[in-house]
Design a protein around this ligand. Sequence first.
Ligand SMILES: Cc1cc2nc3c(=O)[nH]c(=O)nc-3n(C[C@H](O)[C@H](O)[C@H](O)COP(=O)(O)O)c2cc1C
Length: 160
Amino acid sequence: MSVNVIFGSDGGATKAVAARIAKHTQGRAIDIKAASVADFENCSLLILGAPTYGAGDLQADWEANFDKLTNAKLAGKKVALFGTGDQAGYPDSFVDAMGILYDQVVEQGATVVGFTDTTGYDYTASKAERDGRFVGLALDQDGQSSKTEKRITEWISRLA
Ligand SMILES: Cc1cc2nc3c(=O)[nH]c(=O)nc-3n(C[C@H](O)[C@H](O)[C@H](O)COP(=O)(O)O)c2cc1C
């Protein structure tokens, strides 16, 4: 399995998480700023990660480079998503950016794997929730960083 982990990060939290996920999957972590369209396509599992900013928006580098994603051929491709957020600080838009990425890759025909339970989180609303589950791995490095390693390893074990 070849894995590309494409991420955006303002403050470094998502970058660090992407590096950990890449290490566990023996994949490559690639900043969206430096990514090419081919980086989205030339892997057997594509993992995309973003923090949420503003009032439920994608991180700025993702917004600025969104065409790299939309130009990629993702029909039938296995894609997994992770989002970083702060459920105590932003309970009404927790990890919303992951939901934005989800809608886009689904529109492009990707097969999204790695949905997770919302148990263990405390928030009010999230665009990343569908039918009571998160569309990927939700991580809170602001308030629940001690839970991150277990969440990552359990999630990755279900992606293969
Ligand atoms: C101005 C600002 C707005 C934010 N808005 C949200 C939000 O709407 N939802 C959320 O879950 N987290 C929000 N966060 C928290 C960040 O997504 C979180 O701290 C994340 O780990 C940052 O990742 P980074 O260090 O890779 O940039 C916000 C943080 C800041 C500073």
